[in-house]
Design a binder for this molecule. Structure first.
Ligand code: PEP
Length: 253
């Protein structure tokens, strides 16, 4: 089944109002110039920039998402943002379980699953991130770790319209080291097989599985051509509109 590619930018904790708005406007202008793009495009700015970015990309077809959400919709959670708040602003997606959240904020699979379920309940698409560390890969545990994270983090009620999985090997994020096509495809094929087992063939056939980890204009084409890679979650290269578009335009239909 043909799955439309999703090219998603994770800006992380980068951007003040001026440069964030300029980047968003640049991305929007370029997507408009492409016309009938063969891929979907999403940017996930820091929370402070979400309203400005939504404004800057209005009418361009660029979607806007959050980088994290709380598992509750409201309440006494100082400093947190709920999925309902992101939805209320106009976001369509939210990233949950990014390795930086898992590492820096102690997020377990159970927490990621609860956040993904909050996203679905708010009407957002949950982008559920999984990935092994270098130590886990070197110990031969890559498939086992990713299987455990996938099955532990997927929200109940996941389907092809409300959930995206992102495989992001931790050792490849922000390091300039990318998984080889063989390494990436091996994990993506396992993810697809597990999705079939959990959600059934039809849903698994339609659910997009992104690769993330130092994806850039040089390596994207080969990765995006692999049968089970349905787009990219892009950090560093998403901060330059040239690179972000070079990745997107390198993707096959
Ligand atoms: C990410 O943060 O999701 C990511 C993949 O970052 P980078 O592309 O910079 O490795």
């Amino acid at each position: 089944m043909a799955r439309r590619k999703l090219i998603a930018g994770n800006w992380k904790m980068n951007g003040l109002r001026a440069d964030g708005t300029a980047l968003a406007a640049d991305v929007a202008k370029r997507l408009k110039a492409v016309g009938q793009a063969r891929y979907d495009m999403l940017v996930c700015p820091p929370f402070t920039l979400v309203p400005l970015v939504l404004d800057a990309v209005k009418g361009s077809g660029v979607d806007v998402g959050g980088q994290d959400c709380h598992m509750q919709m409201k309440g006494a959670h100082t400093g947190d943002t709920s999925a309902a708040m992101l939805k209320d602003l106009g976001c369509s997606h939210v990233i949950v379980g990014h390795s930086e959240r898992r590492t820096n904020h102690g997020e377990t699979d159970g927490i990621v699953k609860a956040k993904a379920e909050a996203a679905l309940a708010a009407g957002l698409v949950a982008i559920v991130c999984i990935g092994e560390t270098l130590e886990e890969r070197d110990a031969g545990k890559t498939l086992e770790i990713n299987r455990r994270q996938l099955l532990g983090s997927l929200p109940d009620g996941a389907n092809a319209a409300n959930t995206v999985v992102a495989y992001e090997p931790v050792w490849a994020i922000g390091t300039g080291r990318t998984a080889t096509p063989e390494q990436a495809q091996e994990v993506h094929a396992m993810i697809r097989a597990e999705l079939v087992g959990k959600l059934g063939q039809e849903i698994a056939d339609g659910l997009r599985v992104l690769y993330g980890g130092s994806m850039n204009p040089k390596n994207a084409k080969e990765l995006l051509a692999l049968p089970d890679i349905d787009g990219g979650l892009i950090g560093g290269a998403a901060l330059k509109a040239d690179d972000f578009f070079a990745v997107a335009e390198g993707s096959p239909a």
